[in-house]
Design a protein around this ligand. Structure first.
Ligand SMILES: C[S@@+](CC[C@H](N)C(=O)[O-])C[C@H]1O[C@@H](n2cnc3c(N)ncnc32)[C@H](O)[C@@H]1O
Length: 244
């Protein structure tokens, strides 16, 4: 487990999120496992008291914020995303919602009081430097008892396995020609997934077991209400509350 990588040379083995942004939604729309995660978040939102202040950290192209904005139209949503390409995609997708404030910031650069009722952080923690400190940042932004909805990629991104899975589900949905077309248009995804794998293998991106992420999350001041392996075994979902 590498929790401390932040060297400037590291950026050469990181994913290029702006390049990823161009094709991210194309494949996400056709990835049943991604859609299951979105549905799970929507279901979770329906079970809790409406959160007044919501953060989406590393919100990417805005898919989780879109659900929150629809389900909680009177809440204040802060969309935090350091990558210019990703945040542009999100702003264009979410243009009709008036309750979203955008910050082109990394989690580690947010200076705000601990008043959030809900933080969404999906598939972003592994790409940040120093996860113990980032989890402490998330705890600091929440009010006591506030919710953290955390999903994180923990295992090596097996590009061949994902390619096979996506191609076979696309083929069922769109036929061979349709599947080939989506694969061609979304070819940047494969490039960026390879970059993620390389960064994981070199220790620049964090990999973890279920037990490891549970242990660092609890140590940062969270009660883990529910934990589940998701995304075909690659990721962990943790529903947590900030301990007063
Ligand atoms: C795989 S995308 C996930 C996007 C979105 N949460 C989703 O699940 O669709 C990972 C995102 O984490 C963002 N990210 C990387 N480092 C970050 C940091 N230090 N603070 C906040 N976000 C970060 C990237 O810019 C990227 O948009």
């Amino acid at each position: 487990m590498n929790l401390e990588s932040s060297n400037t040379a590291d950026r050469f083995v990181r994913a290029d999120w702006s390049a990823y942004a161009t094709a991210y939604d194309l494949l996400s729309e056709h990835n049943p496992e991604y859609q299951i995660l979105l549905q799970g978040f929507e279901d979770f939102l329906a079970t809790i008291k409406t959160p007044q202040l919501i953060y989406d950290i590393g919100g990417g192209t805005g898919n989780y914020t879109e659900i929150a904005a629809r389900a909680c139209p009177d809440s204040e949503i802060r969309f935090v995303e350091p990558d210019a390409g990703m945040i542009r995609s999100a702003q264009s997708k979410l243009a009709d919602h008036r309750n979203i404030e955008y910050d082109t910031l990394a989690l580690e650069d947010i200076d705000a009081p601990g008043t959030a009722d809900l933080i969404i952080c999906v598939h972003a923690l592994y790409a940040m430097p120093a996860q113990e400190q980032r989890l402490a940042d998330l705890r600091r932004l929440l009010r006591p008892g506030g919710w953290l909805y955390l999903i994180d990629l923990g295992r090596y991104m097996n590009v061949t396995d994902w390619r096979g899975y996506l191609f076979s589900s696309l083929r069922k949905e769109l036929g061979l020609v349709g599947a080939l077309r989506v694969f061609w248009n979304g070819r940047e995804i494969a490039t960026q997934n390879k970059a993620i794998l390389k960064a994981q293998k070199s220790g620049v991106y964090w990999t973890h077991t279920e037990a490891e992420i549970a242990s660092v999350t609890a140590a940062a001041g969270f009660e883990i209400v529910k934990q589940q392996t998701v995304y075909r075994g690659y990721s962990d979902l943790l529903l947590c509350r900030a301990i007063p």
